[in-house]
Design a binder for this molecule. Structure first.
Ligand code: NOJ
Ligand code: CA
Length: 570
């Protein structure tokens, strides 16, 4: 690989190349995709919960932000025990969020604005209220209906013990015993998440056929693709063996999350499912996309989900989990580009989503590697330094948006929203909080409804002031309209970064490292030099035009926790 030379600041050492997208083709290779969390985005009917009509009304602000696509977390029929990730009808909109007509209007408006629409598919489990599960309960042991789910006899003399030692990701056992039609205690069913989220049996062809239908339903309705929930979990090892005992100092919950050793994550057969779906998407025009939510490490393993005949993208959770540390960031960037590049896929980049502590707070903690669903609350020992967190978050985003490939943004991060820590126990809804008896705060703190207007009820989330989670009073200062037009605001930083990223085609770039010291992440991509200073001292800027700075510069010096995009004087 040829090394570029860059006279003002020395020659780059190594070059990581991402495959460039072809114009008009495979838009997702370089796309910036904005995650909408429908409950908390915008509420048109004023009941305190966001809805599809609210999204439609606010889509122009996302077009103005400069993103390419939106991904909507689930809005399907659901009893909302896990905020919609417990689906009771995959082909209908929950009345809480509107109707299928509202979806059509939203998609139409998005497409008018040039935004693609990605919907969330939840294939690992459905809601216990889904008619398929209700039929399975009614049909009894040994029936075809039960075989669509993971029913097993219990262990112990009278089947009183769960079939194995698996624990729910949300806390507590992963098995629940049912009462059979004759009133006696009966079989157990598996739920890797809440007890109201029974796992499907993906070794049953009936399940495959239903999901092909669901894919086609949304593709026919104009969806541009799917984000696939728990994409590493569908297949379970035959015989459902126990999870190995936790190592010393490790909780069973931690042992449960180890993707290499547990019998329900990353089983090889899962890839056949995505090959099947790849073929379904290929029946449709317009470059439809599948994105895997697969918490799998290392990156070379996660890349198996995006081989040529499987999905198109996988969330880069290794990147999200990397602490604010220059050598670690350089390594994860290199490894990402190499691992995904090896299978011909773009890398993705992500810093926040609805499952982790918002990065504006996370990067102000002592330990900032993200653990899904952990959360922070009033009694947490490690509380964020908000000023430090926001400064780093802005620098981290400016770095991320310069990288080649595709980036995911989570609603509200463009406002620099922090995690909301001070939520009373009684308003918390995350099943993680309730299933751990409040020991784990969970994810409500990153799901608080967005502030749009400083001086409106619920900060413009709706017209009534109702809000399913309370918004902190100080959010009036960071509402979208308060940031608009202020060049120092986080919103304007995102806008400028997105506009430049598109103009300079950074999504198609490559990373040619420049050595500016161990604590500095510096590289050249296309005509831009990117410098992120994570060290204590300032870094002198090479000659050139500053295109973007994540924070104030000290003359030509880049202060700590700051990212600069520079067009060097050649
Ligand atoms: C991952 C989703 O992102 C999360 O919010 C959900 O609780 C679990 N999967 C279960 O569906
Ligand atoms: Ca509503």
């Amino acid at each position: 690989m040829p090394n570029e030379t860059l006279s003002p600041i020395g020659a780059p050492e190594r070059v990581s190349h991402a495959r460039a997208s072809q114009p008009g083709k495979e838009w997702w290779r370089t796309a910036v995709i904005y995650q909408i969390y429908p409950r908390s985005f915008a509420d048109a009917n004023g009941d305190g919960i966001g809805d599809l009509a609210g999204i439609t009304a606010r889509l122009d602000s996302l077009a103005a932000l400069g993103v390419d696509a939106v991904w909507l977390s689930p809005f399907f029929r659901s009893p909302q025990n896990d905020a919609g990730y417990d689906v009771s009808d995959y082909c209908d909109v929950d009345p809480l969020f509107g109707t299928l007509d509202d979806f059509d209007r939203m998609r139409e408006r998005a497409h008018e604005l040039g935004l693609r629409v990605i919907v969330d598919l939840v294939p690992n489990h459905c809601s216990s209220e889904h008619v398929w599960f209700q039929e399975a309960l009614a049909a009894g042991p040994g029936s075809a209906e039960r075989d669509r789910f993971m029913f097993r006899e219990g262990r112990g003399e009278n089947g009183e013990l769960p079939p194995n030692n698996w624990q729910s990701i949300f806390g507590g056992p992963a098995w629940t015993r049912v009462t059979e039609a004759d009133g006696t205690p009966g079989q157990w069913y598996l739920h890797l998440f809440d007890s109201t989220q029974p796992d499907f049996n993906w070794k049953n062809e009936w399940v495959w056929e239903r999901f092909r239908e669901i894919l086609r339903f949304w593709l026919d309705r104009g969806a541009d693709g799917f984000r696939v929930d728990v994409a590493h979990g569908l297949m379970k090892a035959d015989g459902l063996p126990d999870v190995p005992e936790p190592e010393e100092g490790e909780s069973l919950a931690e042992a449960m999350m180890k993707p290499d050793e547990v019998p329900y994550w990353a089983q090889p057969e899962v890839h056949e499912v995505y090959r099947d779906w790849h073929r379904v998407l290929a029946e449709y025009d317009g470059d439809r996309v599948l994105c895997a939510e697969a918490w799998v490490e290392p990156l070379s393993r996660a890349a198996l989900w995006v081989r040529d005949d499987e999905m198109h993208q996988a969330f880069n959770f290794s990147y999200l989990s990397t602490p604010w540390n220059a050598p670690k960031l350089r390594t994860v960037i290199d490894e990402s580009i190499a691992a995904f590049g090896d299978v011909g896929a773009p890398s993705t980049w992500v810093l926040s989503n609805h499952d982790v502590v918002r990065h504006a707070s996370r990067l102000g903690l002592t330990v900032h590697a993200a653990a899904p669903a952990s959360g922070i609350g009033p009694a947490s020992e490690d509380k964020p330094d908000e000023v430090l967190g926001l400064r780093r978050a802005r620098a981290a985003t400016a770095l991320m948006l310069s990288l080649p490939g595709s980036a995911y943004l989570y609603q509200g991060e463009e406002l620099g929203l922090p995690e909301v820590i001070e939520l009373d126990d009684h308003v918390r809804e995350d099943p993680t909080f309730h299933r751990t008896n409040g020991e784990v705060y969970g994810r409500d703190g990153c799901r608080v409804p967005l502030p749009w207007e400083a001086d409106a009820p619920a900060f413009g989330f709706n017209a009534t002031g109702a809000s399913w989670l309370p918004q902190p009073a100080e959010w009036s200062a960071i509402a979208r309209d308060a940031q608009e037009g202020d060049p120092a605001s986080t919103l304007e930083l995102y806008r400028r970064a997105l506009a430049l990223r598109a103009e300079l085609r950074l999504g198609e770039g490559s990373v040619a490292w420049i050595d500016l010291g161990d604590d500095v992440v510096a590289f050249r991509t296309g005509e831009v030099v990117v410098i992120t200073n994570l060290g204590d001292g300032a870094v002198e800027l090479p000659a050139g035009e500053v295109l973007l700075a994540s924070g104030p510069l000290d003359g030509r010096a880049v202060p700590t926790d700051t990212t600069v995009w520079l067009r060097p004087t050649s």
